[in-house]
Design a protein around this ligand. Structure first.
Ligand code: 57M
Length: 360
């Protein structure tokens, strides 16, 4: 919005020319979202406590988690507020990708919100939306996002394969189911990861900062040509969006860091997963999300393997408990150790993802 209000005045006030630059607007989008989340969180956490939006803890899990009972959840609503305000303030509001990213993020956020709210009403961790209803709604939001992308003029349905610059299969309409799978899969994978203080927020912060760079590179015709990656006209604006996500999540993490004063709830985890998914698709770095979001992939795989094995063997397990973070907790690692080690791995994965720009 500031871009539309202030950039036209550049002839009167020369300094306003700076609003043209994605880099400038991204820095300020990050700082705005960070400040909103940081400053509003104490008030927001108090409100959640007053509304008794406290977490109910499963009895089955590691016993240390019982101490977390009553921690306010739904902190994701504050993340979404900060992301939306900051993106609208600093983004170019004529940009398709900005609206698409916001729409998909808020769509998944709405599903998470419904789930969190129903859990609060039921006063049980398992009392939210039924798994089936949740999945169908996720597919619906994912499908709307995927079709919007598919129909957008100038967006191509070729797939970029990391390490192989000449392998770019064109999936045509087949891109739509793949996009739905990526959106729904990422949303659920971040949700599964969100089981220790800061365990989802840290890697989401690292992944959004990574995609911030990819959005910038793919949106700029010169850097895209130089690196031989797909150029997507207009996608540079997602740099601003990624900055807003990174800023909001950083501000939230201040309070979600161990020992957490607030959890993001499904409102946060489903929407942030959706946000990463849509940015990966729009920037045409879809498959690379397996690397950038490797923590989420491994957490989700640990659940799939554990549940599959558990069913096939009538009750035997591969891990002490799935998702994987519970396995390490039950092995005796202190919670902060599991969290920080997962963050370190997320940084390594981000570096590996950047290296694919040259290793191809
Ligand atoms: C959500 N939610 C957390 C919080 C957060 C199929 C099955 C593996 C599914 C899985 C599942 O339901 N996962 C989805 C996980 C919960 O956190 C809330 O949920 C939001 C995210 N959706 O924002 O509102 C708990 O996680 C802890 N937490 C923190 N800090 C945070 O910042 O400590 C969360 C955020 C919170 C808090 O304790 O209450 C959750 O884990 O419930 N199910 C499981 O994860 C369960 N695994 C399981 O049953 N494994 C079985 C196999 C056969 C599937 C096994 O391995 O034997 C475990 N979850 C828990 N305890 N908590 C079971 C034990």
């Amino acid at each position: 919005m500031l871009y539309h209000l202030l950039y036209p005045l550049r002839d009167l006030i020369g300094g306003f020319n700076v609003f043209r630059y994605i880099s400038f607007r991204t820095i300020w989008a990050t700082l705005t979202a960070l400040s909103l989340a940081l400053l509003l969180a104490p008030w927001f956490i108090r409100k959640l406590q007053e509304m008794q939006m406290g977490q109910h803890i499963r009895e089955l899990g590691p016993q240390s988690h019982q101490a977390k009972a009553g921690t306010p959840t739904m902190g994701g609503a504050l993340i979404l507020f900060a992301v939306t305000v900051s993106s609208l303030l600093w983004g170019d509001l004529r940009n398709f990708y900005l609206w698409l990213a916001l729409g998909v993020t808020l769509g998944f956020g709405a599903i998470g919100f419904a789930d969190d709210y129903l859990k609060k009403v039921a006063k049980r961790n398992e009392g939210g939306l039924s798994a089936r209803a949740k999945f169908l709604l996720q597919v619906l939001v994912g499908l709307m996002g995927a079709v919007a992308l598919y129909l957008h003029p100038g967006y191509n349905t070729q797939l970029a394969v990391p390490f192989f610059k000449f392998v770019t299969p064109d999936l045509g309409w087949g891109y739509v189911p793949l996009a739905v799978f990526i959106l729904v899969g990422t949303s659920n994978a971040v949700n599964l990861t969100d089981g220790l203080d800061g365990l989802a927020a840290g890697p989401v912060l690292i992944a959004s900062a990574t995609y911030l760079i990819f959005a910038y590179l793919a949106g700029n015709i010169k850097t895209a040509a130089y690196l031989q990656i797909f150029h997507v006209a207009g996608v540079g604006e997602l740099t601003v969006f990624c900055g807003a996500i990174a800023g909001a999540v950083m501000g939230f993490l201040w309070y979600n860091a161990y020992p957490a004063q607030v959890f993001m709830g499904d409102t946060g985890s489903l929407s942030l997963g959706g946000a990463l998914g849509v940015v990966a698709l729009a920037t045409k770095h879809e498959i690379l999300l397996v690397v950038v979001g490797g923590i989420f992939v491994v957490e989700a795989l640990s659940v799939i393997m554990q549940v599959g094995y558990f069913k096939a063997t009538h009750g035997r397990r591969i891990f002490r408990m799935a998702p994987l973070h519970h396995h390490f907790e039950l092995k005796g690692w202190a919670e902060p150790k599991v969290i920080v080690r997962f963050w370190i791995i997320a940084v390594i994965l981000a570096l590996l993802a950047f290296s694919t720009l040259k290793l191809r």
